[in-house]
Design a protein. Structure first.
Length: 251
């Protein structure tokens, strides 16, 4: 552990991880962004899913100023952040076989769409089954996960596989097992998780790539503006009117 305050050490660790994903994940980020752009250009819809804290990064790209208007949240009851009581129920639901297929059955997802699935460990039944089922239905899947978990943990899905095994593109967050960047003799467990910081950065890098790719093809990217700047609300209403059939968070 480097010298400095705990805040300094955490920020240094987060910066180091961001530098790693910038340098080591450039090709997958480009591939993921291109996949999203291909989907938009072909008339498909975009969805993002994450369970528990992984849902935070999914929500960060939905109905977001500076983001793609077509990105929709694929939500499962009890898994959107820590929205249930007790909060541990969400973790238990993530391990239930069959639930992901039911969520997809009740969603607007269809062949030709793209789905980003975020799961730090990628080992639980929900993300594995969701990726498997979505791809079988003709949906392109982008996985955002820590590949290290597959080498050091046991899958909780009956197939023995992980999220990374069922994706068209995989973005590796490089987060170490346990998702805690700091240790201290006087603190009984590792602390200071960085997965949300890094995963959100990967998501935004992917969206930025998609927007740029669309523009390079002569397709106007369906971007949202902040409603807190003059003209922003009017801009967004125009985008909603034009792409309303592919936007589900307004219904």
């Amino acid at each position: 552990m480097s010298d400095g305050t705990p805040a300094d050490r955490f920020l240094d660790a987060a910066i180091g991880l961001l530098q790693r994903v910038r340098d080591e994940e450039a090709e997958p980020i480009a591939a993921a962004g291109t996949l999203l752009a291909d989907t938009v250009a072909a008339g498909g819809r975009l969805f993002a899913f994450g369970a528990g804290h992984s849902s935070l990064a999914a929500q960060d790209v939905v109905y977001r100023a500076g983001g793609l208007a077509l990105m929709n949240l694929l939500a499962a009851p009890g898994m959107v952040g820590v929205d249930v009581m007790p909060a541990t129920l969400g973790s238990a639901l993530e391990r239930v076989d069959g639930l992901a297929s039911t969520v997809l059955d009740c969603s607007p997802l269809r062949a030709g769409d793209a789905l980003v699935i975020i799961s730090l460990s990628g080992r639980n039944a929900m993300p594995v089954e969701m990726a498997m089922t979505a791809r079988a239905r003709g949906v392109k899947v982008i996985g955002v996960t820590s590949v290290a978990y597959a080498a050091e943990t046991r899958s909780r899905h009956s197939s023995g596989t992980y999220l990374k095994d069922h994706c068209d593109v995989v973005l590796d967050s490089k987060i170490a097992i346990g998702d805690a960047e700091l240790t201290l003799d006087t603190v009984p467990a590792p602390f200071a998780p960085a997965s949300t910081v890094v995963t959100s950065a990967l998501m935004q890098a992917m969206v930025a790539t998609a927007a740029t790719s669309l523009a390079e093809r002569g397709v106007e990217p369906p971007m949202l503006r902040s409603g807190n700047v003059d003209g922003g609300l009017e801009w967004n209403e125009r985008v909603f009117d034009e792409y309303g059939d592919r936007i589900f968070y307004r219904r």
